[in-house]
Design a protein around this ligand. Structure first.
Ligand code: MG
Length: 393
C-alpha cells in the first residue's frame, strides 16, 4: 500500500494582503510550504505539489534551499480548490487501496501524530478527516444577516486537512463531482455528495491555516511558545587587556596590540552571553559549568563553550529566542567586525540573523575600559521552553 500526498499550494493569498503566495511566506524563518512538506516526508511515497505555473520555480527553489530530499512533481493549480485537487489526482496512478492525503500547504503547523490518526482512519474506514468539536454557537443566516436557524452545536465540527481517503474512493468521487458541476470547499464534501460515509478524527487546534495577516503571528506564537513561557537572563563579564594575547570577541580575532587575559580565549562578549543564557534558565553560571581550574578549557574557543551552553539549555528544555550583547571598549573600533560576530553567534545558536544583536560602545575614556585596562560586556537574552520533540511548552 502506497501513500500519495496532494499538497495544495495554489492560493493567491488575497486575504493575506500579500503579492507573495502565502505558502512561500516564512514562518519562523521557514516557508510555510517547506514546513508542510517536511511533515509529510516520513509518510509519503509520492508527493504532488499543486501550484500555479508562476509559483512553481520559487517553490522548487525553496525545496532546493531547504535541503529536504524527497520525490515530488508539480500539477497545475485549478480555478477552484476542487479543480486543483482533481488536477493533482489526475497526475497519480494509484491502486484503489492506496492512501491519498490531501493537504492545504497553508496549514504548515501540521504534526505527525495528526497525519498518523488520519491514515489509521483511512485504513479502517476508507476516510479520515480531522475535526475540532465546535465550542461556539453558530447561526445560519439569510443574505441580509437575519438568522434562519441555530444548528445543534454538539454535532458541529470544524474540519482541517490533511483529509485522507483510499484512492478507489476519492478519485471516482472527485471526477463525478466535477462532471456534475458540484463545487465543494473541502474533499470530504465530494464524498458526501456521492453518499459515501466520511469519518472525523480528532483534529489539532494548533493546525491552523494561514489565511489572514494575523495568522502569521499566531503561527509564530504556536511555534515559539506563549510569551508567558518566555524567560529572560542577563550576563556581565570583564577581562583584562594585556600585551601578547589575542583579542577575540564573539569568535572573531580582531587585530590589536593588546588582547584579553583569561583561562579560555577570554572572549568577554560570549562569556556575558553564556551567563545570560544560563541565568535565564536558573542553571548557574559559566564558572560552574566550565571552571577555570579545568585544563580542558585552557585556551579553548568560547564559540565551542557557547555551543555547549546551548546544548545544556536544550537538555533542560530551553532554547534561546533572541540575544542582545553590548561590548564596552575604548579601542579598537569594533564596527567593521560586528557583522561577523553576529554571524558566529547566530550560527552557534542556530538562530536567524535577526535574533542576534551586537553593539559596541566606548566609555568616553572613563573607567577601566576608558583607560584600556580591560573590556567589559553585557548581554541580555530571552529563552523559550521547548519539549524534546521540538514543540514548545
Ligand atoms: Mg570571562
Amino acid at each position: 500500500m502506497k501513500t500519495y500526498v496532494i499538497m495544495l499550494a495554489g492560493g493567491r493569498g488575497e486575504r493575506m494582503k500579500s503579492s507573495l503566495n502565502k505558502v512561500l511566506m516564512p514562518v519562523c524563518g521557514r516557508p510555510a510550504i517547506i514546513r508542510s512538506l517536511d511533515a509529510f516526508i516520513p509518510f509519503a511515497d509520492e508527493t504532488v505539489i499543486v501550484a500555479r505555473p508562476d509559483d512553481q520555480p520559487a517553490i522548487r527553489d525553496e525545496i532546493g534551499k531547504s535541503g529536504l530530499a524527497f520525490p515530488f512533481r508539480f500539477a497545475e493549480g485549478g480555478i477552484t480548490r476542487q479543480a486543483s485537487v482533481l488536477n493533482g489526482l489526475r497526475s497519480i496512478a494509484p491502486d484503489p487501496v492506496d492512501i491519498v492525503l490531501i493537504h492545504d500547504a497553508a496549514r504548515c503547523l501540521v504534526k505527525p501524530d495528526l497525519i498518523e490518526r488520519v491514515m489509521l482512519s483511512v485504513k479502517e474506514t476508507g476516510s479520515g478527516v480531522p475535526g475540532i468539536p465546535a465550542t461556539s454557537t453558530y447561526k445560519i443566516c439569510d443574505g441580509n444577516s437575519f438568522v434562519l436557524s441555530t444548528p445543534d452545536r454538539s454535532k458541529l465540527f470544524e474540519v482541517q486537512t490533511p483529509q485522507g481517503f483510499t484512492a478507489g474512493v476519492i478519485i471516482p468521487a472527485s471526477v463525478k463531482a466535477a462532471e456534475e458541476g458540484i463545487d465543494c470547499t473541502d474533499d470530504a464534501g465530494v464524498l458526501e455528495h456521492c453518499g459515501i460515509p466520511v469519518r472525523i478524527v480528532r483534529g489539532d487546534p494548533d493546525n491552523i491555516k494561514l489565511t489572514e495577516p494575523g495568522d502569521l503571528s499566531r503561527a509564530r506564537s504556536i511555534l515559539e511558545g506563549d510569551v508567558s513561557a518566555m524567560r529572560v537572563g542577563m550576563g556581565y563579564d570583564v577581562h583584562r587587556l594585556v600585551p601578547g594575547r589575542k583579542l577575540i570577541l564573539c569568535g572573531v580575532e580582531i587585530p590589536f596590540e593588546l588582547g584579553l587575559l583569561g583561562h579560555s580565549d577570554a572572549d568577554v562578549a560570549l562569556h556575558a552571553l553564556m551567563d545570560a543564557m544560563l541565568g535565564a534558565c536558573a542553571l548557574g553560571d559559566i564558572g560552574k559549568h566550565f571552571p577555570d581550574t579545568d585544563e580542558r578549557f585552557r585556551g579553548i574557543s568560547s564559540v565551542l563553550l557557547l555551543r555547549e551552553t546551548a546544548r545544556i539549555l536544550q537538555e533542560h528544555g530551553f532554547r534561546v529566542y533572541n540575544a542582545d550583547i553590548t561590548i564596552a571598549a575604548q579601542q579598537p573600533k569594533l564596527l567593521p567586525f560586528i557583522a561577523r560576530m553576529a554571524e558566529n553567534v547566530s550560527s552557534a545558536l542556530d538562530l536567524p540573523a535577526g535574533r542576534i544583536s551586537i553593539k559596541a560602545t566606548t566609555t568616553e575614556k572613563l573607567g577601566f575600559e576608558g583607560r584600556m585596562e580591560g573590556i567589559s560586556s553585557y548581554a541580555v537574552c530571552s529563552v523559550v521552553g521547548q519539549k524534546p520533540d521540538g514543540t514548545v511548552f
